[in-house]
Design a protein around this ligand. Structure first.
Ligand SMILES: *Cc1c(COP(=O)(O)O)cnc(C)c1O
Length: 377
């Protein structure tokens, strides 16, 4: 059995290395490192895959979020509602742009932003809702879009953890995660479901005007060369990364299917264990398991984690500290017990190894050790 990793990029390279090597080599030979033809080709392929009208690539998923907020013309003091249970990037860009961060609770079962909590947080100054499709499944987009429409709000979907997931609407239609709101953003950080071999990101929209604005902002606010219409930033997808992503995009559905299979195996093993809550699956979404995250009851999470580590099984806590208590965000004025659901999740969640290269033997070893730990509890 191979060593167990949270994410096994070495094994992935072993499988797809020759294709990736030749993609990199062709960029090196063409020397078109910045905005080479692979960048436009990748945007086209991804647009076809996503089924949206415009894809604009950029340097990383954090920039994608920032560019989205800038393109929507939000002004300091405008309120942005997002979840308190996410990666820091989502809230960081809101703070950086001087927008007012309004944090709300997640749903304790799906870990995704609570629609009820959003409802309560909407004020006359709210301009946008930022749902994060956490751990690989969609937030309740039908309800979120309805709320946004009623209140005339933008929706920026943070799809960094859910590229390839889908959402099913009650009328039977379906859309890819990231193509439902005003703008969707994603990340190609190596460990994401669609990851490159460095940093990368992209934005999705169906609005041609917004797409042009996004393209301009991500390239110094330039439309025509050396004419600056807006204050922009420098955020480009590297050509070498685009070439690698052209290879990996072909396998994305296969990768996601393999993750789902591994999750099914975990579910099957844990579903009757009284100490573990398995991750709830939103029936309106295809879960592509960026993370497989269980909740461990009775304060045993950290002990389980230590035990697994001693057996050569890595695990991670996504996310350990509630964002509202982070030192950098003290001036938001929240107090410790403002978010009981988030705080509970921070104490109970544990993410187990999850990647497309998981072997049956590895899964059996992990589930066996987890269940063994609880035999003596
Ligand atoms: C990874 C991630 C990001 C940021 O992506 P980078 O490419 O690392 O900047 C943003 N939001 C979420 C939810 C993420 O998981």
């Amino acid at each position: 059995m191979r060593d167990i990793q949270m994410v096994d990029l070495v094994e992935q390279y072993r499988k797809y290395g020759p294709e990736i090597d030749s993609a990199i080599k062709s960029v090196l030979q063409s020397a078109a490192f910045i905005k080479g033809p692979e960048v436009a080709r990748f945007e086209e392929e991804l647009q076809r895959y996503m089924g949206c009208k415009h894809v604009i690539s950029c340097a990383n998923g954090t920039d994608a979020l920032q560019i989205a907020m800038m393109a929507l013309g939000m002004k300091p003091g405008d309120e942005v509602i997002t979840t308190n249970f996410t990666f820091i990037a989502t809230v960081e860009v809101v703070a950086l742009l001087g927008l007012k961060l309004v944090l709300v609770e997640p749903d304790p079962d799906t870990f995704n932003i609570s629609v009820e909590a959003i409802k309560k947080a909407i004020s006359p100054r709210t301009r946008a809702i930022v749902p994060v499709h956490l751990f690989g499944q969609c937030a309740d987009m039908e309800q979120i879009m309805k709320l946004a429409k009623e209140n005339n709000l933008h929706v920026v979907e943070d799809t960094a953890q859910a590229t390839g997931s889908e959402y099913f609407f009650s009328d039977g239609s379906r859309k890819k995660a990231g193509t439902i709101g005003t703008i969707g953003t994603t990340s190609f950080f190596p460990s994401k479901n669609l990851g490159c071999n460095g940093d990368g990101g992209a934005l999705f929209t169906d609005d041609a005007e917004l797409a042009a604005m996004i393209r301009s902002i991500s390239n110094h606010g330039m439309k025509e060369r050396y004419h600056y219409d807006h204050i922009g930033i420098n955020s480009r997808l590297d050509t070498i990364q685009a070439a690698i992503l052209l290879v990996k995009l072909k396998y994305l559905d296969r990768f996601n299917e393999a993750r789902r299979k591994a999750a099914d195996t975990y579910d099957e093993a844990f579903k009757t264990c009284p100490h573990i809550t398995i991750p709830a699956r939103n029936k309106a979404s295809v879960h592509i398991f960026h993370q497989y995250t269980i909740r461990v009851k009775n304060g045993k999470r950290d002990e389980l984690r230590k035990f697994l580590a001693s057996e050569g099984i890595p695990s991670m806590i996504y996310y350990p500290g509630p964002l509202h208590m982070q030192k950098a965000y003290r001036d938001l004025g929240y107090s410790e017990d403002d978010f009981p659901v988030t705080s509970m999740l921070c104490r109970e969640v544990l993410s187990l190894p999850m990647h497309p290269e998981m072997e049956a033997e590895q899964l059996e070893h992990i589930t066996g050790k987890v269940l063994k730990f609880f035999e003596n509890v």
